[in-house]
Design a protein around this ligand. Structure first.
Ligand SMILES: [Fe+2]
Length: 275
């Protein structure tokens, strides 16, 4: 096995491991690597949908997406499609998946099916480092505070993209989570807000809340907390959705990245209630 670090902040590209092997032993090795590096990349993994599902089940029960319909034969998998002429794609600003749920996703396994020759890299950011590098004043301000996370409804996940199909759920809702959560496996502290879904801080008035959130979001966007993965077909990314944020870059500009399809198969694993 070889481990190549992607950046100084997080992420490792792993070679010499096979994701077709969903044995407890192989999973333990990968889970240890995941806790250390937070996002793992594997290339040339020609795995089937069944193999992706079998490996995912090692992490825990599969989570169904709130708004998006699963694939016909594999309802556990949602297929994320950007059509050739679309300039936008799913997940295009910094976020943690479904942080508006009472128990947001633990781990995501994303497999590339069709990748444009240029454009559509994915960026990840380390939210344990984001907490560690926060200045003490800000740490004090957010201590024991909670924030409201709101879902954006089906429109944001389905209607805006030609290739995506909803599961019929149109409800919007919110949940409250601590701003600093503790990782259930490593015990590390995590800065747990994100600019896509976190709407306000409890116990502060509107202007104080939005000022503090802006400061936290700006800190989270520091490029030295990130890594960037350039996809190839049959690559797999596995990320810890508790301790990271991510975004799919939408650099599909005419004359460069536009005109190509991008297709990904996503499986999510159920998480814990943040504490
Ligand atoms: Fe996402």
């Amino acid at each position: 096995m070889k481990i190549n670090l992607i950046s100084g902040a997080l992420g490792a590209e792993i070679s010499g491991l096979d994701l077709k092997d969903s044995s407890e032993e192989n999973w333990r090795v990968i889970n240890q690597l995941l806790l250390e590096h937070k996002v793992l990349f594997f290339r040339n993994q020609n795995i089937s949908a069944e193999e992706q599902i079998n490996f995912a089940k090692r992490f825990g029960p599969i989570e169904r997406h709130v708004y998006v319909k699963g694939r016909d034969q594999y309802p556990e998998i949602i297929r994320i499609i950007k059509k050739p002429d679309e300039k936008q794609q799913w997940g295009e600003t910094w976020h943690t998946d479904v942080s508006y749920n009472p128990k947001p996703t633990k781990v995501i396994i994303l497999r590339s099916i069709k990748i444009p020759p240029v454009g559509g890299d994915t960026m990840f950011s380390n939210m344990e480092l984001a907490y560690e590098t926060l200045d003490n004043d800000l740490k004090e301000k957010i201590k024991d505070k909670k924030a409201v996370h709101s879902s954006l409804g089906a429109a944001a996940f389905v209607d805006a993209y030609k290739g995506m199909e909803g599961n019929g759920n149109l409800d919007e809702y919110s949940n409250i989570h601590p701003i600093v959560r503790t990782h259930p496996e490593t015990g590390k502290k995590i800065l747990y807000v994100n600019s896509m879904y976190t709407k306000r801080i409890e116990g502060l008035d509107e202007s104080e809340s939005s000022k503090l959130l802006k400061e936290l979001f700006a800190h989270q966007e520091r490029l030295d907390l990130t890594c960037r993965f350039k996809w190839t077909e049959n690559a797999v990314a596995i990320w810890d959705n508790r301790s990271t944020q991510h975004q799919g870059l939408t650099d599909f500009f005419p004359g460069r990245g536009l005109g190509h399809e991008r297709v990904m198969d996503r499986i999510a694993i159920e998480g814990d209630q943040p504490i």
